[in-house]
Ligand binder design. Sequence first.
Ligand code: PLP
Length: 396
Amino acid sequence: KARSLDHAATPPPRPVALTAFAGAAGEVGNPASLHATGRRAKLGLEESRERIAAAVGAHPSEVVLTSGGTEADNLAVQGLFRARRAADRGRTRIVHTGIEHHAVLDTVDWLVAHEGAESVLVPVDDDGAVDLGAWAAALAEAPHRTALATLMWANNEIGTVQPVAEAARIAAQHGVPMHTDAVQAVGAVPVDFAGSGPATLALSGHKLGAPVGVGALLVRRDVSLEPVAHGGGQERRLRSGTVSAALAAALAAAVEEAVAEQSGEAERLGALRDEVIAAVDAVGGVTLTGPRDVDPATGERLPAGTRRLPGNVHVTVPGKSADALLFGFDMAGLDTSSGSACTAGVAEPSHVVLALPGRTEADARATQRFTLGHTSTAEDVAALVGALGRLRPSGR
Ligand code: PLP
C-alpha cells in the first residue's frame, strides 16, 4: 500500500466520523418533516450544528451546511457580491489575492465576465503572505465601490498561513465584508470565527476526516447573502435542498476530533515537517516554497503553524517537471502531489507559484508538494526523506 504524503488532498476518514455517519444514515427522516420521525432527524441535525459551531467559535445559527468547500466558497463570493450590489449598484470591486483557491478565483472571474464585477488583485510577498499595506490601500481606495474582500486562511499548495484577523479588521474599518476560505486551516491551526472577524468562512469535511460530500459556510448573523441554490429554503434560506443529517453528524464528529487534537498534532506534524524541510535543504538545487516557522526579523523558531501549515512542504525544482516527479515518487510507493490536487490531471502551471514575485512559468511547472496529516507516521517521513534524492537535478 502506498504511503500518503498527500493529506491536503483528502486524508483517510476518521473512524469517529464513519461511525457517526453509519449511525445517523440508518435513521429515516427528513429534518424538514413535521412528524415525530422528522422531528427526531431535525434534533440530530441541530445537535450536529451546535457541535460544529462550538468547534470553530461560531453560533449554531451561523452554520450553513453545504456539499463541501467549493460550494461554500461559491455561496460566499457570489452571495456577498449579489447582496452587496443589490443594496448599491456601485459596489462592483472584489479585493483578493492571486493565491486563492480556484473555488474562489474562478468564481471571481465568472462574476467579472458575467456580472460586471471588477477584480482588484492584492500582491503577496515572497512567502505568499498578503501584503497588508497593499490590502489596506486597495480597501481604502474605494470602499463605497467594494462589494467584498476575500483572503484564504491557509494556502493549500505552499502552506502559507495568512494574517486573517488583521485583514478582516482592515476590511471592517472600511465597512467591507470579508470572506475567508479556511478549508486547509480548520484542524491544522487554531480557527476562531467570532474571534477573527470575517463575515463568512468556508470549511470542508473531507479535509478534516469526514467523508467527501459535506462542508459548511459560516455566515455571521448580521451579514446578508443572496442564495445560489433556490428551493425549499433550508439553512436560513441560504442553501436550499434536503440536508443530510448523517453527513452533518459525520462532520460534527470529525471537526470536533480534529480541533481537539489540533495543538498536539501541530507540534507532532510540525516536527516531522521540519525533518523533511531539513532533508530538502540538504539536497541542493531545490527551493522550499512558502514561509518557514521562524521569525523573519530575529530568525527565532516559532510554534509550528504560525506562518506555515504544520503538515505542508512544497518545493520547486528547476529543470524538473511536476508530473515526472510525481510519477517517480509514485513508483517509490509514495503518494505526492504536483501542487493543487484540484487541478491535478491537467498539467497546468501552479497559479499560486506564478503569483509569487519573480517566479516564472518554468518554476510553476517544477513543483512538488508533500503534506502530512492525522495518520502520518515517522516511518512515512523516513520513506519520503529516503526518496528525496529524486529531486536532485541529476536524480532520475
Ligand atoms: N479551498 C481550498 C483551500 C482547498 O484546498 C480546497 C480543496 O482542495 C477547496 C477549497 C475545495 O474544497 P472541496 O474539495 O471540499 O470542494
